[in-house]
Structure formats: structure tokens, C-alpha cells
Design a protein around this ligand. Sequence first.
Ligand code: AMP
Length: 190
Amino acid sequence: MINIVLFGKPGAGKGTQAEFLKEKYNLTHLSTGDIFRFNIKNETELGKLAKTYIDNGGLVPDEVTIQMLQSEVDNNPDSAGFLFDGFPRTIAQAQALDAFLTTKNEKITATIALEADDEILVARLLERGKTSGRSDDQDEEKIRNRYQEYNEKTAPLMDYYSAQNKFYAVNGIGSIAEITERLSSVIDNL
Ligand code: AMP
């Protein structure tokens, strides 16, 4: 089983690349952002709880996010491996994920970051906001808040996974196919 964490700032292209990688490596794609948006759309209790945090560009509390992620993994018992997209985003989430996978005799194989300059990403998100319908993509202040959350809470995960020798980074600027190629070469050499 290979379990990959796709890592990167909002707008870095995690979702786009996940669509290709899940097919290529037969992985179950779990995007916590997509799962939250699905719940918001369907007005579930989880969706109501998550909405205010997401609308403001903040993170949903760890406890809620971790529990949701674990039940998604449990709902896919026959999976050949997972592609985690947008999770973990805090040290507490990473520790919970490691502990949870250990109970299943599994582990994270690698974390791969898509790297890109902030200014390029903010412009990308504002462009995406014109068509995505995502309120958190339409307001520059909310976008900046998401970057602040990333820098404060998510960036420390690079050290967390580096300490386990599981951190890889690829240049996230280029054509979609070029970036898929860069990610694939990391995965193929694991
Ligand atoms: P994304 O689609 O990955 O950009 O996520 C959109 C929003 O969902 C984020 O700005 C957070 O509010 C929330 N979210 C997604 N994943 C997580 C996570 N792992 N922890 C906390 N909040 C999350």
C-alpha cells in the first residue's frame, strides 16, 4: 500500500494533480476541502459546523477534521492506498494520522509538496474564484488569511515529515503534464 500526502499552499494545484495521480497509481483520493464542501452543499451537521471557518479562510478544528478523515479511510477498506489532499494541515493532524495508520499496520509513504510563489498563487486563486463559486477564493483578505494559517500551522509539517525522511518537494510551476511528471518521478523512486 502506498499512502501519499500531497502538500502545498492553497492554489498550488493539489486537486488538479490528485485527479491524475489517483488514476495512475490506483489511489483513493481524499480531499478534506472537497468533503467539507460536499457537506456544506448538503447542509449536514458537519457542513454547518465547518462553514464559518471555511468562509473566513480559517482552519476547521482538528478534532472535527481528524474524525472525518478517519471515517473516510474506514469507509474504504479495500483501498490500494490513499492520496491525502489538504490533510494533514496541522502537527496535531499529522500525529493523529500517523497513530491512526499505525493501528492499521500502515504508514505514510511520502509527503510531496508542490512549491510556488505566493503572489502567483494569490492571482491564481482570484482567477479560480471567478468560476469556482468558492467564496473563500473570491476575497483577497480571506485568501491572505488562508496563507497565514498555512504559514503558522501547516508549514511546520515540512520539518515533521523531513524528520521522518518522508518529505519531497517539486516545482509547482509549469504545465499540468510537466508537474504530473515531476510528481510521478518522486513516487516511482520511492
Ligand atoms: P481546500 O479545498 O483544501 O483549500 O480547503 C478549503 C478549506 O477547508 C480550508 O481553507 C479550511 O477551512 C478547510 N479545510 C480543509 N482541509 C482542512 C484540514 N485538514 N484542517 C482544517 N481545515 C481544513
